[in-house]
Design a protein around this ligand. Structure first.
Ligand code: NAD
Ligand code: MG
Length: 386
């Protein structure tokens, strides 16, 4: 039996994780769940999975949840303290970090400090505090398993290989909904157009990140830390079919790749059961039914956010945290209709321009940098507000 805790259980990754758990009741027991404000879904999850502890965003929601539960009543916590309580709760072996955004950093760090293995979906944790988190992982001797499909593919393509023989990591990207849109129309795309991802069904924030390709930028930074590989050795190939989930090239010219139909249950299950594999219900891949697999280089004029991520890595430690915070603010502003699609990357670029990069020595320093960048980005959003 593996005891697991899921941070962000009501999100897209959280729900897929619970589907994997449901399919293997002999393997997993749920210790704690955390949600934002979707009490209805959390209630159903409590009834089905009977966790010992749950946490929600606010005290008000905690009271409301407590009143509405009859029968199974877990300990109910709230706020950041509640997330930390859940992340470190008693007998969990593994914590699935599936909160969206930098809000995932503090609880994920708390889980590692408490000696829990982590299945990491929350890429923003490594983008904002990669070096600190990887140091913590080493100090605490815990395992950090990638959930992100590309990083799971890289991880799988490195199994049994020697790290010193890796020449290059090639992350694949779908290119999102605007891959073939004439460039001059990018400024006029709607929120719904941007939320209409061709291959993956995901939370709103990451779906917008996929349309700008900031998602791939975040993933380049995530890969830099997870696989201890410099940015010069991490390439991005656009591969619109999303069948090859990523690749690793070795010094002898051999390239290892992982293939499958796009379904997050596969990388989630691998993180949960590594080194074993279990049935996931993911549709089988039939290459003979595909019309072709294509690959090309991303165009930075179409996807300036991807370039910003490489720039942020080159600039040094605090810059990726600034970029991430500005991105979160800009995506929220876009989703609320306050700014246009191309203003997202512009806002991030201007926030980065206003920042002098420096080393980050503690998670607290990361949070201070994150707050500064949010304020700056909000100020800039205010200037372009339509
Ligand atoms: P989502 O928006 O569907 O779910 C996010 C979850 O976090 C929800 O349970 C929500 O209630 C909770 N949450 C949000 N803000 C919170 C806060 N401030 N405090 C506490 N809880 C909060 O997001 P998602 O698509 O499941 O993505 C989650 C993470 O996984 C992201 O970092 C994303 O980049 C990564 N990821 C997602 C996918 C995917 O297919 N959805 C794939 C790869 C990586
Ligand atoms: Mg991904």
């Amino acid at each position: 039996m593996k005891n697991i805790t899921i941070l962000g259980s009501t999100g897209s990754i959280g729900v897929s994780t619970l589907e994997v758990v449901s399919a293997h009741p002999d393997r997993f027991r749920v210790v704690a769940l955390t949600a934002g404000n979707n009490l209805e879904m959390l209630k159903r999850q409590i009834e089905t999975f009977r966790p010992q502890m749950v946490s929600v965003l606010s005290e008000k929601l905690a009271v409301e949840l407590d009143r509405s539960l009859s029968g199974c009543k877990p300990e109910i916590h709230h706020g950041v303290e509640g997330l930390i309580a859940a992340a470190t709760a008693g007998d969990a072996h593994m914590v699935v970090a599936a909160i969206v955004g930098a809000a995932g950093l503090v609880p994920t760090a708390a889980a590692i400090r408490a000696g829990k293995d982590v299945a990491l979906a929350n890429k923003e944790t490594l983008v904002t505090a990669g070096r600190l988190i990887m140091d913590l992982v080493r100090d605490k001797n815990v395992r950090l398993y990638p959930v992100d499909s590309e990083h799971s593919a890289v991880f799988q393509s490195m199994e049994g290989q020697s790290r010193k023989d890796v020449l290059r990591i090639i992350l694949t990207a779908s290119g999102g909904p605007f891959l073939n849109l004439p460039l001059d129309q990018l400024s006029r795309v709607s929120i719904d157009d941007a939320l209409n991802h061709p291959n993956w069904s995901m939370g709103r924030k990451i779906t917008i990140d996929s349309a700008t390709m900031m998602n791939k930028g975040l993933e380049v930074i995530e890969a830099r830390w997870l696989f201890d590989t410099p940015a010069e050795r991490i390439d991005v190939n656009i591969h619109p079919q999303s069948i090859i989930h990523s690749m690793v090239e070795y010094v002898d010219g051999c390239v290892m790749a992982q293939l499958g139909v796009p379904d997050m249950k596969a990388p989630i299950a691998y993180a949960l059961t590594y080194p074993e594999r279990v049935p996931t219900g993911v549709n089988p891949l039939d290459l003979t039914t595909l019309s072709g697999l294509t690959f090309f280089k991303p165009d930075y004029r179409r996807f300036p956010a991807l370039k910003l991520a490489y720039d942020a890595l080159a600039a040094g430690e605090s810059m990726p945290a600034v970029m991430n915070a500005a991105n979160e603010v800009a995506v929220e502003a876009f989703l609320s209709g306050a700014i246009g699609f191309i203003d997202i990357a512009a806002t991030i670029a201007r926030t980065m321009d206003a920042h002098e990069s420096h080393t980050l020595s503690t998670i607290e320093e990361v949070l201070i940098t994150d707050r500064w960048a949010r304020e700056k980005a909000r100020e800039l959003v205010g200037l372009v507000r339509r």
